[in-house]
Design a protein around this ligand. Structure first.
Ligand code: B4P
Length: 191
C-alpha cells in the first residue's frame, strides 16, 4: 500500500498513522517527526526547519522533498509506505508523483481526516500542556490553520479528481476514528 494521511494541524494524522501503518505492515513516514528529530539533534536540517516550524510556516519545498526522497529510498519503504503530513503543497504533489512514478508504482489512497476547527485548537492547546511543542501556542496554531487552508486544502481537489480520495470523520474517540479509517481502506484495492 502507498498511502497519504492528510488533514489540518491537530486532525490526528500522527496519532492514526501508527495504527494504519501497523495494520498494513508498512512504515509511517512523518515529515513533522523527522523535522523534530533533526531539531532536537541540532543538525543543519533541524536548524533550518526550526525557524519555519516555530512560526507556523511550512519548511521550504526543496528541503522537504529531498528529505522524503531519501526516506522513501530506504529498503523498508520498498513494499509501501504511509506518508503522514506530506505532501502539503502542490509542488510537493508533483515531486511525489515523480518519486512514485520512477519506481513504477502508484498511490493507492489519500485519507483526509476532517475535524471541526475549534476542536482542532482545543486538541493542540491540550497537547501544548502535555508535550510542550514550540508550535502549539494559540497564535501559531491559528497561523498553521491559515497556511493549511491556503496551501494544503487545494490538494484535496487534486486527489478527488484522481478518484483516490477517502474522506474520514476525525471527530470522536481515537479508536472510533481508527475503525473508520480501516473500514474505508479495506475496500481500496492494493497495488
Ligand atoms: P506535523 O507534525 O505533521 O503536525 P500536526 O499537523 O500539528 O499534527 P497531527 O495532525 O499529526 O496531530 P496529532 O496526531 O499529533 O507538522 C508540524 C510542522 O512540521 C508543520 O507545521 C510544518 O512546519 C512542518 N512540516 C511537516 N510536514 C511538512 C511538509 N510536508 N512541508 C513543509 N513543512 C512541513 O494530534 C494532535 C493532538 O490531538 C494530539 O495531542 C493527540 O493526542 C490529540 N488527538 C488526536 N486524535 C484525537 C481524538 N480523536 N480525540 C481527541 N484528541 C485527539
Amino acid at each position: 500500500m502507498r498511502l497519504i494521511l492528510m488533514g489540518p494541524p491537530g486532525a490526528g494524522k500522527g496519532t492514526q498513522a501508527r495504527f494504519v501503518a501497523e495494520h498494513f505492515g508498512i512504515p509511517a513516514i512523518s515529515t513533522g517527526d523527522i523535522f523534530r528529530a533533526n531539531v532536537s539533534q541540532g543538525t543543519p536540517l533541524g536548524v533550518e526547519a526550526k525557524r519555519f516550524m516555530d512560526a507556523g510556516e511550512y519548511v521550504p519545498d526543496e528541503v522537504t522533498n529531498l528529505m522524503v526522497r531519501n526516506r522513501i529510498d530506504e529498503a523498508d519503504a520498498s513494499p509501501g509506505f504511509l506518508l503522514d503530513g506530506y505532501p502539503r503543497t502542490l509542488a510537493q504533489v508533483t515531486e511525489l508523483d515523480g518519486m512514485i512514478g520512477f519506481t513504477g508504482h502508484q498511490l493507492d489512497a489519500v485519507v483526509v481526516l476532517t475535524v471541526d476547527p475549534e476542536e482542532l485548537v482545543q486538541r493542540l492547546l491540550q497537547r501544548a500542556q502535555t508535550d510542550g511543542r514550540a508550535d502549539d501556542t494559540e497564535d501559531v496554531i491559528r497561523r498553521r490553520q491559515e497556511v493549511y487552508a491556503e496551501q494544503t486544502e487545494p490538494l484535496i481537489g487534486v486527489y478527488r479528481e484522481r478518484g483516490i480520495l477517502v474522506e474520514v470523520d476525525g471527530m470522536g474517540e481515537v479508536d472510533e476514528v481508527t475503525t473508520r479509517i480501516f473500514d474505508a481502506l479495506d475496500v481500496v484495492p492494493q497495488s
